[in-house]
Design a binder for this molecule. Structure first.
Ligand SMILES: C[S@@+](CC[C@H](N)C(=O)[O-])C[C@H]1O[C@@H](n2cnc3c(N)ncnc32)[C@H](O)[C@@H]1O
Length: 218
């Protein structure tokens, strides 16, 4: 039986050099712990004290000290994170074995996704595990990701021979075309690393530019 959270972790393992990662739905901390082992710094959001307290002790039992846990709705991520992000994970829904009424919802999920796609680096990855028990949220997420421009590659992994199964979406932000081309020409050379470095610098400048334009126009 396919476990989508395992698939998500396999995809995380394949990402190269994760500097900043964000767990948008900390819950019992399994994804947060996994990210902490693969990223330089992790931010984790949840709205429930129970989830954050459990995760805090899970991290301390594993001697993890590169995670900042934040009690806040993930739609406000830009109030807490001021640097470009390499990887984002959402595991939507409710905290298992807890109050099912407290769960993610389409409005804050889409609001945070809109910010995440701007804050993610070139070559950055967003992973979303979606549960169709909230059909409205599942449909809104699908509609939003399907409308992203061609600078993003959006994939869906679903189990076709079973009904009402969760599915996984990945959003990968593409490279700038000239750098992508150059990188492909000289894969694994020092020049390739140089291209990635320059590309990230330009992406960071673009993010700052976006912030400034948003602040001036709002
Ligand atoms: C399915 S659980 C996450 C499982 C978790 N990733 C793990 O590894 O155990 C979903 C979590 O999202 C949290 N949540 C719901 N709405 C949220 C929101 N707007 N912002 C941040 N967290 C939220 C819930 O409190 C719950 O703990």
């Amino acid at each position: 039986m396919v476990k989508l959270t395992n698939l998500a972790h396999e995809l995380i393992e394949k990402q190269q050099s994760i500097n900043i990662a964000v767990d948008m739905t900390v819950g019992w901390g399994n994804d947060t712990l996994f990210l902490a082992l693969h990223a330089r710094k992790v931010y984790g959001f949840d709205i429930q004290d129970e989830a954050l307290a459990f995760t805090r002790s899970l991290l301390s039992m594993n001697a993890i000290d590169n995670v900042e846990l934040i009690k806040a709705d993930h739609q406000f991520l830009d109030s807490y994170i001021k640097e470009p992000i390499d990887l984002v994970i959402y595991n939507l829904g409710y905290l298992p074995e807890s109050d099912k009424i407290v769960r993610t919802n389409s409005s804050s999920t889409i609001a945070s996704l809109k910010k995440a796609v701007h804050m993610i680096n070139q070559n950055g990855l967003i992973i979303i595990v979606v549960y169709p028990d909230d059909l409205n949220e599942a449909n809104e997420v699908k509609t939003f990701v399907s409308g992203l421009d061609s600078n993003f590659d959006v994939l869906q992994y679903s189990i076709l021979n079973k009904t009402k199964c969760p599915f996984l979406i990945t959003i990968k932000k593409g490279s700038f075309l000239p750098f992508c081309f150059l990188s492909k020409c000289v894969i694994r050379s020092n020049f390739h690393n140089f291209c990635i470095y320059i590309e990230r610098k330009i992406a960071n400048l673009l993010i700052i530019y976006n912030y400034l334009t948003i602040s001036y126009t709002s």
